[in-house]
Design a protein around this ligand. Structure first.
Ligand code: SAH
Ligand code: MG
Length: 186
């Protein structure tokens, strides 16, 4: 899967990032996970491999990636534990109660994902958001090389401000992989 991701430019989690995430899941005894952004199922499968009792609901809007995820999940015999929802995470209806919500989809939409899904978070749950560094661009002194990228970076800073101002959660930044925010309900 790592090889496929590399060849096809699928932005799966970086090695240190997924190691941090799986360790966090283990140490905090996390069982039910909601993931926004399945891609080819790599992180969903890695999270399930932590423990047999873990289940993941995950959302993907790209048909090619969704199909690839279904194939990979079958190969790991995890069809019963990973529920892949095909559609836009800002439109599909999702139910359930989750110990962890992992946001790893369109980087400009993190505030919307957070607001749409936090009601499904258990009382002492955690929201983890990936790609805060945006490949080093977020905290770079140099302006990003294109208008699109600058806009993206602005959105990431908006998300960081949103978390800082959010009194219901305490958020901490981890400079691991491509940068993670760990937000816990107060
Ligand atoms: N979590 C995966 C990587 C996800 S890459 C892993 O580490 O293995 C981000 C994915 O989010 C892409 O496949 C993209 O198609 C999907 N995505 C982006 N915006 C989305 C949205 N609004 N709804 C559903 N999926 C989205
Ligand atoms: Mg990511």
């Amino acid at each position: 899967m790592e090889e496929y991701a590399k060849i096809n430019n699928v932005p799966i989690m970086e090695k240190e990032g997924i190691e941090f995430l799986t360790k966090y899941i283990k140490e905090n005894n996390i069982k039910n996970i909601l993931e926004i952004g399945t891609a080819i199922g790599y992180s969903a499968i890695r999270m399930c491999l932590v423990d047999d009792s873990i289940t993941v609901t995950t959302i993907e809007r790209d048909k090619i990636r969704y199909d690839e995820a279904i194939k990979n999940i079958k190969a790991f015999n995890m069809e019963d534990r990973i529920n892949v929802i095909f559609g836009d995470a800002l439109e599909v209806e999702v139910s359930g109660e989750y110990d962890l919500i992992f946001i790893d989809a369109a980087k400009s939409q993190s505030i919307k994902f957070f607001n749409r899904y936090e009601k499904l978070l258990k009382e002492d749950g955690t929201i983890i958001t990936d790609n805060i560094n945006f490949h080093g661009l977020t905290f770079s002194k140099e302006p990003a090389p294109s208008r699109n990228l600058r806009q993206m970076i602005r959105k990431i800073h908006d998300y960081l401000d949103f978390l800082k101002d959010n009194k219901e959660y305490t958020s901490r930044y981890e400079n691991i992989g491509d940068g993670l925010m760990i937000s816990k309900r107060v």
